[in-house]
Write a protein that binds this ligand. Structure first.
Ligand SMILES: NC(=O)c1ccc[n+]([C@@H]2O[C@H](COP(=O)([O-])OP(=O)(O)OC[C@H]3O[C@@H](n4cnc5c(N)ncnc54)[C@H](OP(=O)(O)O)[C@@H]3O)[C@@H](O)[C@H]2O)c1
Length: 100
């Protein structure tokens, strides 16, 4: 599956490695693609792009950016919402999808 990882930090790069290992096509999104030139040279299987390019590339999008403390309050609640079906079914492969 084409996967867009929004965030090129520690978490984003680890996720890229994991998705590539399982055969997914991956693009990592950043605010400044030029700072990833060394990393993409070392990881030719992964593409790098802007956040918008990465969001357009991915059939599945994973958010791995650093947010503000105010945003964390909302995001932590989403995590709890995600955990509920996981604990009920002991299955952890579900994800949120934005319907437009
Ligand atoms: N590291 C861990 O062990 C760990 C564990 C659990 C949860 N987390 C969470 O995972 C997320 C990413 O962590 P990380 O360790 O990978 O962080 P990181 O290495 O500092 O990377 C931060 C990422 O967030 C982006 N970013 C920072 N400020 C931004 C802003 N104002 N607007 C848009 N993007 C912004 C950066 O974009 P650029 O590429 O443009 O610089 C970069 O891709 C955080 O929310 C963190 O709390 C991390």
């Amino acid at each position: 599956m084409k996967t867009g990882i929004l965030g090129s930090g520690v978490v984003g790069k680890i996720l890229v490695g994991g998705f590539l290992k399982h055969g997914h096509a991956v693009m990592v999104g950043t605010r400044d693609v030029s700072k990833l030139s060394g990393w993409t040279a070392e990881n030719p299987s992964a593409k790098a792009g802007s956040f918008a390019e990465t969001a357009a590339f991915g059939e599945m999008i994973v958010l791995a950016v650093k947010g503000s403390a105010a945003a964390a309050r909302v995001i932590e609640q989403l995590c709890i919402l995600w955990c509920i079906p996981g604990f009920l079914r002991n299955q952890w492969t579900h994800a949120f999808k934005l319907l437009t």
